[in-house]
Design a protein around this ligand. Sequence first.
Ligand code: URA
Length: 424
Amino acid sequence: MSFDAVDVIRTKRDKGELSDGQIDWVIDAYTRGAVADEQMSALAMAILLNGMNRREIARWTAAMIASGERMDFTKLSRPTADKHSTGGVGDKITLPLAPLVAACGVAVPQLSGRGLGHTGGTLDKLESIPGWRAALSNDELMHQLEEVGAVICAAGDGLAPADKKLYALRDVTGTVESIPLIASSIMSKKIAEGTGALVLDVKVGSGAFMKDFDDARELASTMVALGTDAGVKTVALITDMSVPLGLTAGNALEVRESVEVLAGGGPADVVELTLALAVEMLAAAGVTDVDPAEKLRDGTAMDAWRRMVAAQGGDPAASLPVAPEQHVVPAPASGMLSKLDALAVGVAAWRLGAGRARKEDPVSAVAGVELHAKPGDHVAEGQPLLTLHTDDPARFERALESLADAVEVSTSYEVKPLVIERIA
Ligand code: URA
């Protein structure tokens, strides 16, 4: 059936409900180029302002899935589970998590994207490993999943092409910040990817997309409902992103820290979140008799990491690149570190070269920020608090500007839980 784009826009502009037929038609026609960018921009803005109900969001998601291919992992010899994070500063959790869950007997097909803005992309991090390549064919992906149990690779153009086009449009029309559009965008890709189970890490706080807890909860429950309705066992954890995760933000720096976690060490918060998500992924895939902490201790998660990196051409034993230029920021006073703002650290890492402003921009493997203390730690005035890493010393000034109000030292710090809420 054919509809008129202007009628569809008017329906949502006037706070009406889009019918299933209208949604199927507009997504398909937009993907084919029969609905123009300016018409889809107007519709996206009407949705941002007037919302969509659960039926509309589910249909919108299904229409975006139907715009491309859908992968099928049901022939693999083990169950599959994936994780998606809404993005945060220092969020390297996928790196230790995927091989850890594989070591526990569940296959992880992690089709990822590159970073845009102050949150880093998983592929950008892995590309700091000499030789590692992100692009795999569907056959290579399937083979690696069966043989190694974990794949982190670039999502091909065949998955939810409608979302690819629409997300790029939303990015330049001020229509990213709509919960129905974010939820359908993320879930269309994850459902099309074909995972049997999905754990969502919905971040909240200054360094996250969602600054407000109620918004994070609404996004999490919308995505859990979409996954469940599509037959994917879906669970969400809402986790704190007011402080960077771990002690590093930047591509090679984060790989180094992830390897420390796989070696049984690493910062406590990265270990805690990796294990919490692993337990959820295993349970969602029906595996409840394996302790992932044991797999970190006994080296089997590290073995899976080495096989996963090597299968994609990377040398897991190669030294990671190190920044030629470093600048130390000292603690401004003695006392307890009471604030280390995630957004400020993320913007600093980005300005040092770790992230990109436009999707065509290159990223630096070595750039980033290393933290020498976390909120709750005692610091002495003048001790190194942060080390900034870059290829280009001209970048220090703007990075330091972003850190101007990032740090506070006081006499106390209220410890916040890392995992704030679970939604199933
Ligand atoms: N990530 C996505 O994939 N889509 C959005 O809309 C927002 C974040």
